[in-house]
Design a protein around this ligand. Structure first.
Ligand code: AHR
Length: 507
């Protein structure tokens, strides 16, 4: 039998504007993300800059709006000066996060050429671990100051007369984590970050700063203390607080796994409350309040331990349909919290827990590529506070996939929904979590009428474990027959284990 449900849309009930930066991505010097991923100078598929053309086309079609670089854990023992200047003079370094030899043949200027070619905004993370605040300042000068001081002139000497004008800078990565090179306590972090911020902003007024928040919910850690300290101490200085989340399905329990993005939503609301509290005593002039940047999120649990976590082929997850549905739900969660989530970066872009996977002869798009592409290409405007009435289920306490973190969810709706409105068009994004049953749904407009035809896009596959490979894209976007709409009701049956996007007129 089929389940029934109702979705109600009310154009007067809005949440906030969707920031295009929620369709961000991430390039870290890790495994084959850079070398053998986006940059492969000896490969016949690469252009004169050494960029893989097949990968670049796939990236362009994904439309990442902002790309974070160069780490991740990598950045906490990285000196940006190693990656600039003539390649023949660059020296390899032992990098300690992933324990590899970093050849430094790809650095700031190569990344900037790449990011411009794919029409994305750059977002740099400075080294707050082993790096000094002066090193961070010099990097800002190198990138953003037109001419005059030494590092601006050095960039010009390196062949880049114009500054790169990088707006987004993060003050370190996961500095709360004991795994981080140069790990700090919350109190030490805010002191260092505040001084770094001062130097960086004086060097390039107008840059936007992201503080490293804590996402470490393992036993013994205290993420709330860290985040509260960051918000209290840096509230006048920063523009975003960065939080990370990776989920998985280590127990092979589909219904637990498919609910995990709701934990991200819970954490979003906790941080939102902390921000609101910090804003009460902040002196920010006419600046926006602090926003949340989920600047790392993804499914990641298979390639986490032992050999698969290090070396050249580190973190090479192969994704399936259930993973793609989880990514669609993460994106729905960002949309439902559009008032406070203003940036998100899928970690990462190529090969390393990534939507694009290469070998020396080609590439394929993983399952998770498709929902992200649909959102980035179709979902913008105002997020609506949509009402959903459907069956729910609850979970036992379960492992979120990180091994150390658990959750229990008492009310998981079978339909996961977001709705956005722009220029007379409404876009509904719906995941049907139910593995066996279609859910026949009345989509009701509270004010205004549907009209014309609604486009329908679906990401689905034969079963939840279906995945893609070279020359085999089983899970991908399929455009379904458009549906005619008129009046205040559309009926649609969402197939089992599917992501569906409906888009059409509502006026
Ligand atoms: O994306 C992989 C790693 O996960 C990043 O380097 C780090 O920031 C996080 O722990």
């Amino acid at each position: 039998y089929a389940q029934n449900a109702r979705i109600k849309i009310d154009l007067d009930r809005t949440i906030g504007e969707v920031d295009p930066h929620i369709y961000g991505n991430f390039v870290e010097h890790l495994g084959r993300c850079v070398y053998g991923g986006i940059y492969d100078p000896d490969n016949k598929l690469s252009d004169k800059n050494g960029f893989r053309k097949d990968v670049m086309t796939a990236v362009q079609n994904l439309h990442p709006t902002i790309i974070r670089y160069p780490g991740g854990n990598f950045v906490s023992n990285y000196n940006w000066l190693d990656g600039v200047g003539p390649k023949s003079e660059r020296v390899p370094r032992l990098e300690l996060a992933w324990y590899t030899l970093e050849p430094n043949l790809f650095g700031t200027n190569e990344f900037m050429q790449y990011v411009r070619s794919v029409n994305a905004e750059p977002y740099f993370t400075v080294n707050m671990g082993t790096g000094t605040i002066e090193e961070a300042r010099r990097w800002v000068e190198y990138c953003n100051v037109k001419d005059g001081p030494y590092y601006a002139e050095l960039r010009k000497k390196h062949g880049f007369p114009e500054p790169w004008n990088i707006t987004y800078w993060s003050l370190g990565n996961e500095m709360d984590g004991p795994w981080q090179m140069g790990h700090l306590s919350a109190e030490d972090y805010v002191k260092k970050a505040r001084e770094a911020a001062k130097l960086m902003v004086r060097t390039s007024p107008g840059i936007k700063l992201v503080a490293a928040g804590s996402s470490n919910y393992r036993a013994g850690a205290d993420p709330d203390h860290w985040n509260q300290t960051v918000l209290t101490e840096l509230k006048d200085v920063i523009d975003y607080i960065a939080i990370h989340m990776y989920v998985g399905n280590p127990d092979s329990n589909y219904y637990n796994f498919i609910a995990t993005p709701l934990v991200l939503e819970q954490r979003t609301k906790i941080i939102k409350g902390m921000i609101a509290q910090a804003m009460q005593t902040a002196s920010r002039g006419d600046r926006d309040p602090i926003y949340i940047a989920w600047d790392e999120y993804n499914v990641w649990y298979r390639a986490r331990r032992g050999a698969s976590a290090t070396g050249r082929n580190a973190l090479e997850e192969k994704y399936n349909l259930e993973d793609a549905l989880v990514i669609a739900e993460f994106l729905n969660a960002f949309i439902r919290n559009a008032d406070v989530v203003k940036m998100a970066n899928l970690a990462q872009l190529v090969n390393v827990i990534a939507p694009i996977f290469t070998n020396e002869n080609g590439m394929f798009k993983q399952t998770i590529y498709y929902p992200l592409q649909l959102f980035a290409n179709h979902v913008s405007g105002t997020s609506l506070d949509v009402f959903v009435d459907c069956k729910n289920y609850s979970t036992e306490r379960f492992n979120l996939g990180l091994g150390e973190t658990t959750a229990q969810l008492s009310k998981v709706p079978y339909l996961d929904v977001s709705a956005t409105y722009k220029a007379g068009e409404v876009t509904l994004c719906v995941v049907n979590r139910n593995k066996e049953e279609a859910i026949t749904t009345d989509i009701l407009s509270q004010n205004g009428a549907f009209s014309g035809t609604f486009e329908v896009f679906e990401v689905n596959g034969p079963d939840i474990k279906s995945g893609n490979d070279f020359n085999k894209e089983v899970v991908k976007t399929v455009e379904k027959p458009a549906i005619n709409a008129s009046g205040n009701k559309i009926m649609y049956s969402f197939p089992p284990h599917s992501f569906t996007m409906l888009k059409g007129k509502l006026t």
